[in-house]
Design a protein around this ligand. Structure first.
Ligand SMILES: [Cu+2]
Length: 252
């Protein structure tokens, strides 16, 4: 077998470095066509669970939220919250020992309202409490929501990597179980009953590689696995390039 000459080796190395650069950068930098997923689990014994997906196309997003076990025939405020720890509050978030984690107590964990998942009109922070523009649960307690819109100003697609989806509204906490009633007022607005804004379900968004499984490992899990896939692909391509270089050397 003929030896690989120096020129071929240099060509090969340059090709591999080029391929490696080309493969890794776009995956890490890309925000278009990214899908984020969250498994929503109950808060405050609501019995509400579900899923949320956010698919980006530049600054345009399609958001789907599906929950079951929500308070039937009632409106459910829901938001993408950003700027906290990117997590859902646990029982120890109940700092005032009321027995419930209220909206304010949850903020250090899930952050502030940055996107209001309304059915129409503004999706900005100004719509956080727009009770007449949120989806209503059907008679069985199912909430089905899909909307495509442009991210409000101040929110970037990249922010979704450390974001949390929260759905609100638990009618069974006080007095009549099928209405938002009871004396306690909401911790975010004296105009609303506590039950209307009480966090009912929460889930952290994580990016899902195409064909991948959401392990619920948080935002970085998806990014790491994307990078790993890119590196794996680079190794494969690099191996292929070496074969090509060898073949070329042989044919020279
Ligand atoms: Cu919220």
């Amino acid at each position: 077998m003929k030896k690989v000459d120096a020129k071929s080796l240099i060509v090969g190395v340059v090709a591999i470095v080029g391929i490696a650069t080309a493969s890794v950068s776009p995956v890490l930098a890309q925000s278009n066509g990214q899908t984020y997923q969250a498994n929503l689990t109950e808060l405050n014994g609501s019995g509400t669970t579900g899923t949320a997906t956010v698919t980006t196309n530049g600054r345009q997003v399609t958001v789907k939220v599906n929950t079951t076990g929500a308070s039937a025939n009632l409106v459910h405020g829901q938001h993408i919250r950003i700027g906290g720890q990117g997590t859902c509050p646990g029982p120890n978030a109940d700092t005032n020992k009321s027995g419930f984690v209220n909206t304010v107590e949850g903020k250090p964990f899930y952050g502030e309202v940055k996107v209001s998942l309304t059915t129409q009109g503004s999706t900005g922070t100004d719509s956080a409490l727009a009770a007449d523009r949120y989806p209503k649960a059907d008679a069985k307690g199912n909430v089905t929501y899909t909307r495509t819109f442009t991210l409000p100003s101040g929110v970037n697609a990249q922010d979704l990597a450390n974001a949390v989806v929260v759905q609100h509204g638990i009618s069974k906490l006080y007095d009549k179980p099928d209405q938002y009633d009871g004396h306690p007022r909401s911790t975010v607005s004296k105009d609303l009953p506590f039950e209307a804004t009480a966090p009912a379900a929460c889930g952290t968004l994580s990016s899902t590689p195409a064909g991948g499984v959401n392990t619920g490992g948080g935002a970085t899990a998806g990014i790491e696995s994307s990078a790993t896939i890119a590196l794996g692909a680079t190794a494969l391509v690099a191996a292929g390039a070496l074969v090509v270089v060898r073949k070329k050397a042989i044919h020279l």
